[in-house]
Ligand binder design. Structure first.
Ligand SMILES: [Cu+2]
Length: 105
């Protein structure tokens, strides 16, 4: 049987592990000229997985210039978020395709 004193340490270790959890991967799909979801919350260090299901190229272009990622047809492109902020982005080829990214520090 484990001595009683060891339990607080085990609990602390478990909490510490959950705080330093790995960065998340957030999927954003572009299909039929629509971005979904249109609003996403993320954190700096998270990875965006931009999935283009169309037979056309798309881009995820930040209006503030933070990023400009091109997705070839039927390809998935990943991008690691580097800056916090609320970022409006759109597709340069199809400006009606737009969405918002809320990036927490
Ligand atoms: Cu497009």
């Amino acid at each position: 049987m484990m001595p009683r004193w060891i339990f607080p340490f085990v609990t602390m270790f478990a909490l510490g592990a959950s705080v330093s959890a790995h960065a998340a991967t957030i999927q954003i799909t572009m299909e039929n000229l629509v971005v979904s979801p249109t609003e996403v919350s993320a954190k700096v260090g998270d990875t965006l997985e931009l999935i283009n299901k169309d037979i056309l190229a798309h881009t995820a272009t930040a209006r503030n210039g933070d990023f400009d990622v091109t997705m070839p047809p039927k390809k998935t492109v990943t991008y690691v978020l580097k800056k916090a902020g609320t970022i409006d982005y759109y597709c340069r080829f199809h400006p009606n395709m737009k969405a918002v990214l809320n990036v927490a520090p």
